[in-house]
Design a protein around this ligand. Structure first.
Ligand code: LHQ
Length: 258
């Protein structure tokens, strides 16, 4: 597929999706949602790590608000169900490890799209805004799901009501994201992390995120069973044997993702 709203590069087991609508701060239009969905699905079976990032000074400013022509009869429910839901689920349920490399402001659905990724790395000058209430909406695109799970009720409701910028530094301190990185080393840092994941024990990463995500619906007993099942599978992988042998030989393991 030829993409018009993003670039997709897959090299050495690493897929990188870069949004390319910097003139509107990478706002999401219908075509971009379809292309993100396609690019994520395409990458899942061809890489061992997926990075999503943005071109220019923003990560993504959420829904493209540019088109006023059909404001009166716009069907938000339909757009969310038909276009946002498949795209967000593709990222959240992506089998391989995912990183959102947040290069600048992430607002509205753009913030919550980033929160779908397994690991969110933001540059220090970036920020996260639950911008929805400024235009009379509620946090969508998974916001009402991810926020309370990541930062608790108090911060979530405040973020929804006040729609204030949460700086990358604060986001990292309150547990909204994995890390905030100095602007100068941001690209090097997320690239290092992505390469680490792309050359790591993929089968273990896949099962680690599955176990952690499923824990929200499980009792401890169910979770212990799930861990035992998944660990049993990891124990049969090439990478487990390689990891132990490398440890005993005092050398760096050469993981193959199988
Ligand atoms: C934009 C946008 C944008 C178009 C900046 N669209 N052009 C889902 C279902 C269906 C419908 C409803 O919504 C949803 C979910 C949502 O995502 S709702 C939330 C939508 N997003 C927002 O409300 C955020 C809107 N943007 C902003 O608040 C600001 O632009 C932020 C805080 C992101 C950045 O502010 P500044 O750094 O001051 O930049 P700016 O405002 O000057 O924007 C630069 C340009 O980008 C500007 O165009 P221009 O031609 O004047 O240079 C903006 O119009 C354009 N732009 N966001 N979402």
């Amino acid at each position: 597929m030829e993409y018009k709203t993003l670039n997709l590069v897959i090299e050495e087991n690493l897929a990188i999706i870069k949004f390319t609508r910097p003139e509107v701060l990478n706002a999401l239009n219908s075509q971009m949602r379809a292309e993100i969905l396609h690019a994520v699905k395409h990458s899942e079976s061809r890489a061992r790590c997926l990075v999503i990032t943005g071109e220019g000074r923003a990560f993504c400013s959420g829904q493209d608000l540019g088109d006023r022509s059909n404001l009166s009869d716009i069907d938000l429910k339909k757009t969310l169900r038909d276009e946002y839901e498949p795209m967000l689920k593709a990222i959240y349920e992506c089998k391989i490890p995912t990183i959102a490399a947040v290069n600048g402001v992430a607002a509205g659905a753009g913030a919550n799209l980033a929160l779908c990724a397994d690991v969110v790395i933001a540059t220090e000058s970036a920020s996260f805004i639950q911008a929805f209430s400024k235009i009379g909406l509620i946090p969508d695109a998974g916001g009402s799901y991810f926020l309370p799970r990541k930062i608790g009720l108090a911060k979530s409701i405040g973020a929804a009501f006040f729609a204030e910028k949460i700086s990358a530094k604060e986001a990292s301190l309150i547990g909204l994201i994995w890390e905030c990185v100095n602007d100068e080393i941001f690209t090097a840092q997320w690239t290092d992390r992505a390469r680490y994941l792309a050359s790591g024990p993929t089968q273990a990463f896949i099962r680690a995120k599955k176990a952690i995500k499923e824990s929200f619906n499980n009792t401890l007993e169910e979770q212990l069973k799930l861990e035992a099942n998944l660990q049993g599978e990891c124990g049969k992988t090439y990478d487990f044997k390689e990891g132990v042998l490398a440890f005993l030989d005092k050398r760096t393991p050469n993981f193959e993702g199988r």
